[in-house]
Design a binder for this molecule. Structure first.
Ligand code: GLN
Length: 327
């Protein structure tokens, strides 16, 4: 069944989600990265980017917060854009780990590859793959410009966050060198880790995340700028990766409840992709035990249910009067 929705339906759903969730008190800020512990916990914003580039936004949607693991998604797309999906599948994989995002055990259990670019091990491995290999400045320029192309506007590292994470990333250092031990890292481990830490420390807004999600939903064409950012055949690849492990060990519960491919970050952001329809995003710092924003997941779950966005359902949602932007 085809269900047509228009911009007003999206505006109403976003506003209702905001009103229903704004007083939610569950969860707490990440504190293993000291900077994150000090971000105001009452911040809350929701944004949706439609196929014609129109953005609907409510609340703190212009506040720049740490993208953290949501940054794993653009780097995975960039690696697939540079090498092809099959090579990333072979070198890293697309399997869920069923374990926490920073699990060392997952590497020991997945002895033939780190399992997915959307957990720390696979993301550090993905950073090591990014061309030009061996050239830290060149890699960084490739990653940060790719994220800006997806977001439709410039992004930059939050220096205080980068310093805070670099001073405390002992577990990720172990991951990087354990990947070296298993020949599953493709550049210098310390360099790959620094690139990964810098990408996690990029400041983004909920509006920018929604635009990134809409670019994925629109087969790689940014609906705000009209720029073709990546090869269209990669949308189903990255959307399936997000659906498989976007919420870590709670991904199954999330997908069962919402049917929305999405990726979380410990900075409090969540980005959701409705392929062929739109991108959604929400931001609120307090997290659940798996590192997923409590308010943001409740808000996006409401929107997905209210607008019938479940990608596994028999109802196909289309945006009335909003022709997708083509490159
Ligand atoms: N889930 C997350 O957002 C984790 C990202 C964080 N930079 C880390 O490596 O631990």
């Amino acid at each position: 069944m085809i269900q047509k929705i228009d911009k007003k339906a999206v505006q109403d759903a976003v506003q209702m989600a905001y009103d229903r969730c704004k007083n939610e008190t569950g969860g707490k800020n990440a504190d293993y990265i000291p900077y994150l512990a000090d971000v105001p916990s009452n911040l809350f914003g929701i944004a949706a980017c439609l196929p014609d580039g129109d953005v609907v936004a409510v609340g703190d949607t212009d506040y720049k917060f740490g993208i953290e693991s949501v940054s794993k998604v653009p780097t995975a797309i960039l690696a697939m854009n540079q090498y092809g999906g099959q090579e990333v599948l072979g070198k890293i994989g697309a399997d869920a780990t069923g374990l926490p995002f920073n699990s060392i055990m997952a590497i020991l259990l997945e002895n033939d590859h780190p399992s997915t670019p959307l957990v720390n091990a696979g993301a550090i491995s993905a950073c090591s793959m990014i061309k030009p290999v061996g050239d830290s400045d060149g890699k960084w320029k490739a990653i940060v410009s790719f994220i800006a192309d997806l977001a439709g506007s410039d992004v930059a590292v939050i220096d205080e966050l980068y310093k805070s994470e670099t001073a405390t990333n002992f577990n990720n250092k172990s991951i990087a060198w354990l990947l070296k031990n298993y020949n599953r890292i493709y550049d210098d481990p310390d360099m790959a880790l620094d690139i990964y830490t810098r990408q996690c420390s990029i400041g983004v807004t909920a509006r920018q995340l929604a635009t990134m999600a809409a670019t994925i939903a629109n087969s790689g064409v940014n609906p705000v700028t009209g720029k073709a950012v990546f090869k269209p055949e990669l949308t189903p690849k990255i959307a399936s990766m997000m659906a498989t492990v976007g919420f870590y060990e709670h991904t199954g519960d999330w997908l069962f409840t919402t049917g929305l491919p999405a990726k979380t970050g410990v900075g409090g952001g969540i980005m959701g992709v409705v392929p062929g329809v739109m991108g959604v995003a929400a931001f609120a710092p307090p997290l659940d035990g798996a590192g997923n924003s409590v308010k943001a997941q409740k808000a996006l779950a409401f929107i997905a249910g209210h607008l019938n966005l479940n990608v596994f359902g028999t109802t196909r949602c289309v945006m009335a009067g909003k022709e997708p932007v083509k490159a």
